[in-house]
Design a protein around this ligand. Structure first.
Ligand code: IFM
Length: 448
């Protein structure tokens, strides 16, 4: 491979997954039900009636999957803990079988020379907590703190990089406003209250993790961020872009880094704005060791008076490349986004905790040729490198995803993996993009 662009020596190469999307074993090891079990078993919610009951059967096949990580040359693996494996009924005594499962996983990763990056919450809230109001109930914040404390005590010897939440925007708004995700709510005030409690629980979990921390341990949060551009230069479209940016990006970045919600958004949400109690913002603004950025695409928006919660609708210009999710391939957006976040929020360290693409892969004579995914990753890495050259403290990159997996409301119809999963047999086949990524991770370089 022509190793034209060398990344910094300490740059971390990884891949990411999430518990409900890969584990299966939904009734094993004392695991309780999560909101995603309930949601996926509700007719009409998931494409094809798919569920995460078996998923990639990673609950049983994790040793083989670590071997695959080795073949890909991963230095780090980002995965999430299934909260209902640890607290099957949401509170009380932790389930030792669940903790032991993750202890073995962490020990084996370390033995293979792979650094675990552990996400506490990647959307699988114990159903028992949802029955008490879920994230709309302030008590869930304390339950999350307890959960964080338990994990830090059980896994703290081996885990030194913690991510409190994955994509709180998705949890709050897709779960409670559009109803596309569990628990399937459709109410703006609830969605906003949930967003505030998620951020508050980030502060609470960070404190709990730090109370048990070893020297050098690091705690961050992962946001899904997108550059937002107006569809035209009209004042209406520019205002739509400002609001959409407030809704997607600033609503989370501002409290985390500046200790306040954006004033224009508080005014926009008006009576729907959340109940924010005295001291909450101080707890949310706890200093972060890093910010995780999940980047897939940009948003181009036009003014749309009937859209909620902001009067903005996304447009998809013709003549651009789109992934199977309908997301525009726009690598330049990664460069713009990293630069903006660093400049406006003075981030000390950044990781791309997810980037990748779904394309319709086919297995042919035991091989999966996926040139579109390879070039997607390649082009984004070139933009990431440009950001580093410009002084952005970008420390690592995680492909979404290690394996094809349960893509939430889309079920198994969208494949994001570096590794193809043949679901009926659970056979794993490293895709051509995975082989290529292995050369990147080994050489710490991408072709120019
Ligand atoms: O599969 C998801 C993941 O769980 C969170 N970030 C986006 C991915 C692709 O949609």
């Amino acid at each position: 491979m022509p190793s034209d662009i060398l990344f910094p020596e300490d740059f971390v190469w990884g891949a990411a997954t999430a518990a409900y999307q890969i584990e299966g074993g939904h009734e094993e090891g004392g695991r309780g039900p999560s909101i995603w079990d309930t949601f996926s078993h509700t007719p009409g919610k998931i494409n094809n009636g798919d569920t995460g009951d078996v998923a990639c059967d990673h609950y049983h096949r994790w040793r083989d999957d670590i071997a695959l990580m080795g073949e890909l040359g991963l230095q780090a693996y980002r995965f999430s803990i299934a909260w209902p494996r640890i607290f099957p009924t949401g509170s009380g005594r932790p389930n030792t079988e669940g903790l032991d499962y993750y202890k073995r996983l962490v020990e084996s990763l370390l033995a293979a020379g792979i650094e675990p990056f552990v996400t506490l919450y990647h959307w699988d809230l114990p159903q028992a907590l949802q029955d008490r109001g879920g994230w709309a109930n302030r008590d869930t914040v304390s339950r999350c703190g307890e959960y964080a404390h338990t994990l830090a005590r059980a896994l703290g010897d081996g885990v030194h990089n913690w991510i409190t939440h994955n994509e709180p925007w998705v949890v709050a708004f897709l779960g409670n406003l559009t109803g596309e995700h569990a628990p399937g709510g459709r109410d703006l005030a609830t969605a906003l209250q949930v967003s505030h409690h998620l951020l508050l629980s980030h502060g609470e979990a960070t404190e709990a993790l730090r109370a048990e921390a070893r020297e050098g341990d690091r705690v961050g949060i992962t946001l899904n961020l997108q550059p937002v551009e107006p569809a035209s230069d009209s004042a209406a479209d520019r205002d739509a872009a400002r609001l959409y940016d407030g809704y997607l990006n600033r609503w989370f970045l501002d409290p985390l880094f500046r200790g306040s919600y954006p004033q224009d958004m508080l005014e926009w949400y008006g009576e729907h704005a959340p109940d924010i109690r005295s001291g909450d913002l101080e707890r949310i603004t706890v200093p972060l060791d890093f910010l995780g950025v999940n980047y897939y695409t940009r948003a181009i928006v036009r003014h749309a008076s009937t859209s909620v919660p902001v009067q903005a609708a996304e447009v998809k210009p013709d003549g651009r490349k789109y992934t199977e999710m309908g997301w525009e391939v726009y690598p330049r957006g990664l460069y713009d986004l990293l630069g903006r976040v660093h400049a406006e929020y003075s981030t000390s360290a950044l990781y791309i905790t997810e980037n990748g693409a779904a394309f319709p892969d086919t297995l042919h004579e035991g091989k999966v040729e996926d040139p579109q995914r390879r070039s997607y990753i390649h082009e984004h890495l070139l933009e990431a490198y440009r950001a580093i050259e410009d002084g952005v403290p970008l420390k690592g990159y995680f492909v979404w995803s290690l394996l094809d997996n349960f893509e939430w409301a889309h079920g198994y119809s969208k494949r994001f993996g570096l590794v193809y999963v043949d679901y009926p047999t659970q056979t794993r086949i490293i895709k051509a993009s995975g082989r290529w990524y292995a050369s990147v991770t080994r050489e710490n370089a991408v072709p120019a």
